[in-house]
Design a protein around this ligand. Structure first.
Ligand code: SAM
Length: 175
């Protein structure tokens, strides 16, 4: 299953480069009963790196992936993870209202959906974040930088000089 052959349904031309995945996974601090959300899990490249850090810990990992084939494969590969074959923009409809996430990872092709939807999703992520929780949003569209920074004030921006270029918004709750 390749991303390129499914570009119109997944918005992805390639899997995220390994060094970006390593950086994102290294930023995830897991503890007993951690709640992790992932949007756009694809073939599980980031999922695998984060989930493998859990060792003996009991964590709650919920991944959203819209593509039918990818979601089916994720269910087989990660029986310990709840896979939602649902639109991540509506993630709150599928999770308990009281849920607070410790870490949220998003690598869906936000530019496909426009700045209003991207800003709304980032705000929704912030609203479900636990105290001291962290959000990482990976994207390509330079014009989304101000949108995401506005929704997540105080977030850091990291740029990766790859082709296509990748940007990572990294937000930590300071309340
Ligand atoms: C760029 S790929 C990322 C795959 C993998 N996480 C990685 O980093 O290599 C984006 C993934 O997001 C999924 N996707 C796109 N729109 C989505 C949406 N609205 N809700 C959930 N998943 C979505 C696509 O099917 C695709 O698998």
């Amino acid at each position: 299953m390749s991303y390129l052959t499914r570009i119109f349904s997944t918005g992805a031309v390639r899997k995220t480069p390994d060094r970006i995945i390593e950086k994102m996974a290294a930023a995830v601090n897991l503890h007993e009963q951690s709640i992790i959300l992932e949007f756009g899990a694809g073939k599980g490249e980031i999922t695998e790196k984060v989930f493998s850090k859990k060792s003996e810990l009991k964590i709650h990992y919920h991944a959203f992936e819209l593509n039918h084939d990818f979601a089916a494969q994720l269910r087989k590969d990660f029986p310990g993870i709840t896979i939602f074959r649902e639109n991540a923009f509506a993630f709150r409809e599928h999770l308990p209202k009281s849920l607070k996430a410790d870490h949220i990872i998003c690598s869906i092709p936000l530019s496909f959906y426009g700045s209003r939807a991207a800003g709304r999703l980032a705000t929704d992520m912030k609203e479900v974040l636990s105290k001291g929780g962290r959000i990482q949003i990976l994207f390509h569209a330079i014009w989304l930088i101000p949108v995401l920074k506005r929704a997540l004030p105080g977030s850091k921006l990291i740029s990766f000089a790859t082709f296509p270029p990748y940007f990572l918004i990294d937000y930590t709750d300071k309340n």
